[in-house]
Ligand binder design. Structure first.
Ligand SMILES: C[S@@+](CC[C@H](N)C(=O)[O-])C[C@H]1O[C@@H](n2cnc3c(N)ncnc32)[C@H](O)[C@@H]1O
Length: 332
């Protein structure tokens, strides 16, 4: 396999949070826990422990999305890279950047690979994956943007060549529909005529497969779900008892999405001194911690189109469980 020349390799980082991470967490927690139906954004679950738990989830037999998306990439990465001519890969929510290697390998094989830009809220994941990738791909330039892809995409460095912006893992499913449409519009605004979006979406399937994926028999998904309470305890001095909450993962067929919650086992009162809040949970009351929307080809194509993007290629697995969509600005 061809590799870029070692002399070009370099790593750079930008921490876009600039110390405001805590303020945002505080605001979001205050906002989410004072609503009639309590809700917390999933991104806060990904501290170092949460990221490590997520990596374990990806290895679970029940959690089909990761291995299915990987199998699609194994088959289609070469074709995707040939269709885009990309010399730069930008990955949103890159995490440990495991599947990313398949795209980087294809770019190296096509002799176009120049730069990888990793964007993730988890500082450790960005720094560790950047170090690994510069070792594995001598000469590769890696830029790590530590920040929130909902707030900090204006901090992406200017493109150095045709760019492939990848949003893998079905993470797009975590957005509520209106925010998702807004987000796709923001992404469309980042793409020049020579750029592409590679979007990973989990597809609608039977309830049992979906619910098992989010509620595995080893209890790792449950542990991951409760991790957000530990993050709030640490960051806001709160006294959540994670054991007091049961993990609930249900498929909401009407809205075609997984609905992940924490259910209070009994009535409880939680104090959050940093935001001067005392919050009460009734016995059985549920707190939503994540949604994960499931898609169809028609819905992906329609949402891309509404954002000014055109579906250029659709790659799926033999069961039609997961899809990778390649899209480009509709004007091209
Ligand atoms: C479901 S995991 C997917 C990880 C990896 N891309 C994959 O496909 O396996 C979601 C990743 O997105 C990151 N993430 C979640 N919300 C984010 C946000 N608002 N801004 C930046 N990163 C975010 C998490 O830290 C995590 O690494």
């Amino acid at each position: 396999m061809k590799r870029p020349t070692p002399a070009l390799g370099a790593t750079s980082f930008e921490d876009a949070r600039e110390g405001d991470g805590w303020r945002t967490l505080a605001e979001d927690v205050l906002d989410g826990l004072t609503r009639p139906f309590k809700e917390l954004p999933p991104k806060y679950a990904y501290d170092s422990r949460g990221s490590a738990l997520f990596d374990r989830i990806c290895e679970l037999p029940e959690y089909y999305p990761t291995r299915t998306e990987r199998s699609i990439l194994e088959r289609a990465a070469g074709e995707l890279i040939a269709a885009t001519g990309a010399s730069e890969l930008v990955e949103l929510g890159s995490g440990s950047a495991t599947k990313t290697r398949l795209l980087l390998d294809a770019m190296a094989a096509a002799d176009t690979l120049q730069r990888f830009v990793a964007v993730d809220v988890t500082e450790r994941a960005v720094r560790e994956s950047a170090a690994e990738l510069t070792r594995e791909y001598p000469g590769l330039q890696v830029h790590g943007l530590i920040g929130d892809f909902e707030r900090h995409l204006d901090r992406l460095p200017p493109a150095t060549g045709p760019r492939l912006l990848a949003f893998l893992g079905g993470t797009i499913g975590n957005f509520a529909p209106a925010s998702r449409q807004r987000f796709l519009g923001t992404i469309a605004g980042l793409l020049s005529d020579r750029d592409h979006l590679l979007l990973g979406t989990d597809l609608v399937k039977d309830r049992a497969t979906l619910e098992a994926a989010y509620d595995d028999s080893d209890g790792i998904s449950a542990e991951f779900n409760r991790n957000i309470l530990l993050v709030i305890n640490r960051e806001l001095g709160a006294n959540f008892d994670p054991a007091g909450f049961q993990h609930v993962a249900r498929f909401d067929a009407e809205n075609e999405r997984m609905d992940i919650r924490l259910r209070a086992r009994e009535a409880q009162e939680v104090v959050l001194p940093a935001i001067d809040l005392t919050v009460r949970f009734a016995a059985g009351e549920e707190l939503r911690t994540e949604i994960s929307s499931k898609f169809t080809r028609e819905r992906v194509a329609a949402e891309l189109s509404a954002a000014g993007l055109a579906l250029a290629a659709w790659h799926t697995d033999e069961n039609d469980w997961f899809a990778l969509s390649l899209a480009r600005p509709a004007s091209v």
